[in-house]
Design a protein around this ligand. Structure first.
Ligand code: PLP
Length: 371
């Protein structure tokens, strides 16, 4: 082919999504498989959101409200910020992409930690920017080392709080020490995809620092605690001046109308949110207890997922679990070769995971002893 591809695109490796259930069942000819790989909501979606979708179906021939008026208004009341501070996205992933496309030119730097959500790095590379990654300390963002890593070319810093994949959070004191050291022309982005699962006494949210200097942007999503990952809706909260620039880059109808009405309804479904938090809390306690009994080291978490060290290559365990109809996440792409990450499921899914893991580890042990 004679086409020319820029180097930054030719060297990009796409984000590896968690394997879809349908694909697993097709490839392995199995049924009733379960997925604990993408930190999705164990309970499904809010019933109020589903009802809102059904009611809206008759309006599908219309373009969505490009300003997302009702959802932004409700969010602004809920979060006590100006409406003009809120930018809706096709998932919070789109806000990550928009921030990078709005503020980063080729050759400029975006600071992030390692390991962290892969999308920050991919989107940075896509615009010809330079991802600068600072290795974590004890499975948490090393904010001291990150403060040393700013260059005159740094435009953005991404911190997922809680962190994916470790589940750890940033404490108030360390965050405030960090902000004091961030240059004034850098935007700090806190990706709060799992904030609904975190203990507010142990961490901060960007909303508290929205109008500080430098300002802090919060990213939130309906994909996790609200169970609407398939609809793709999230948002960023940022100073209105920043939102104004982002809106120039944003496509006019980036959030579809079903996503808008469903998100609006889900926000008011306090009961669903509380049930989700309860199922996750109880599921975690159960899994931690059972895994401890199996001598498997687990990491504490402030999210609906956690890491465990399994003593074998994660990809091998992932494959063997697949054959038993259980999708987990290998962590090799994050540089954690002997770890897997799982999301908390419903009680029966958690038990199924444990049974499969026990079989798999037994099999791998026999294999390694037989050699
Ligand atoms: C799941 C996740 C998101 C959510 O992305 P959406 O596009 O809103 O579905 C964002 N950040 C992190 C760190 C995540 O794990």
């Amino acid at each position: 082919m004679g086409i020319r591809v820029p180097d930054n695109i030719a060297t990009l490796t796409p984000y590896p999504p968690g394997k879809p259930l349908e694909e697993l069942e097709r490839e392995y000819g199995i049924k009733n498989s379960i997925k604990l790989a993408s930190n999705e909501n164990p309970l499904g979606a809010s019933p109020l959101a589903l009802e809102a979708i059904r009611n809206h179906l008759k309006n599908l021939r219309r373009y969505p409200d490009g300003s997302g008026y009702y959802l932004r208004t409700r969010l602004s009341q809920r979060l006590e910020v100006e409406e003009s501070s809120i930018v809706l996205g096709n998932g919070s992933n789109e806000i990550i992409d928009l921030l990078i496309r709005t503020f980063v030119q080729p050759g400029e730097d975006v600071l992030m930690s390692e390991p962290t959500f892969l999308v920050y790095r991919l989107m940075t590379q896509a615009v010809g920017g330079r991802p600068v990654q600072v290795v974590q300390k004890a499975f948490a963002h090393d904010l001291e080392a990150m403060a040393e890593a700013f260059t005159p070319k740094t435009r953005l810093v991404f911190l997922d709080n809680p962190n994916n994949p470790s589940g750890t959070v940033i404490g108030r004191k360390e965050f405030e020490t960090f902000i004091d050291r961030v240059p004034d022309d850098v935007l700090i982005v806190l990706d709060e995809a799992y904030i609904e699962f975190a203990n507010p006494e142990q961490t901060i949210t960007g909303l508290e620092y929205l109008s500080g200097s430098p300002p802090v942007i919060s990213l939130r999503t309906f994909s996790k605690a609200y169970g609407l990952a398939g609809l793709r809706v999230g948002y960023g909260v940022m100073p209105p001046e920043v939102a104004d620039y982002v809106n120039r880059v944003r496509q006019p109808f980036n959030v579809n109308s079903l996503a808008q009405v469903a998100a609006l309804a889900a926000l008011d479904d306090e009961q669903f949110l509380q049930e989700t938090q309860k199922v996750v809390r109880e599921g975690l306690a159960f899994l931690y207890k059972e895994l401890a009994a199996m001598q498997i080291r687990t990491l504490p978490t402030q999210t609906n997922f956690f890491l465990m060290e399994i003593g074998y290559d994660g990809r091998q365990v992932y494959e063997a679990m697949l054959r038993r109809g259980v999708i987990v996440r290998a962590m090799n792409a994050y540089g954690l070769d002997n770890y897997i990450r799982i999301s908390v499921g419903r009680p029966e899914e958690n038990r199924r995971f444990l049974t499969a893991l026990e079989e798999v580890l037994g099999e791998l042990k026999t294999d390694s002893e037989g050699r």
